[in-house]
Design a protein around this ligand. Sequence first.
Ligand code: SF4
Length: 290
Amino acid sequence: MRILIQVPEGLKTRALRIAEEFERKGATVFISCEPCYGACDLRLRERDELGAEKLVHFGHEGPEIPGVEYVPLIEKIDIRDILARNLEKLHGYRTIRICASLQFCEAVFQAAEVLSTNGFEPVISTPPGLRPGQILGCDTRAAEGPCDAVLFIGSGRFHARGIGKKPVFVLDIEKGTVFEIGINERKYTVALELAKHSSVFGILVSTKPGQKKVETALEVKKVLEENGKKAFILVFDEIKKEKLMGIDVDCYVNTACPRIVEDDLGKPVVNAGDILKIFKRSNENKCDGR
Ligand code: SF4
């Protein structure tokens, strides 16, 4: 049996070992070296072009798709020491909502134990379809709801930056510490203001299976054109600044992973939903004759 395996960046050091395990079972293994950011990021075309029967996607969980197997890779770690050493950073907050990326989601219970024995009130919620406390970069339901602050367990800032207006602390597994991340709203508010006054838009579409929003792109184009703007649909596999060189627009509208608005693409980037809200509203106002 031929299989194609996909491993996220942070776990690539394990790729050869994983391949060997499959080879020992008699499989012929191809390792995808393309970036792999989420369950949405499936290399189905490569699977088919390689004649592989199955794509085995490590590090994420997703819906049932024929010819795709998700292997979540949940880490067995103990974060209690890290949290206990950093508790003073949470002083002043009482109710702490705990969340984590999939890889570290079992640690939410350890965090709850440390917090409750130290006088805090931990909260863990389980959104339908996800594990207790689990968040994705585009699904932060487990971090929402009443609390004084949010504690995210994971590595890096990718997931935590999607969490709304509460103070957000990251327990970073790799760095072994807890730090607060600032609310990153200003950059996006500025981008929205610039978008309102832009004339030429580039609508970003990714061909990654879980991010491909062609109909949304067409709707955005229509709405912008109805508002007297120019809009062009730009298609990518992975959206990168270098690929946009020479494309002369004022602003980008993102229809792919919502976290792309955090990237530096050289021009303001806003999510499609926000552009539709702004320009549909201004259309309606025009229709009312106001
Ligand atoms: S759309 Fe973005 S945040 Fe959501 S799963 Fe995919 S990579 Fe992660």
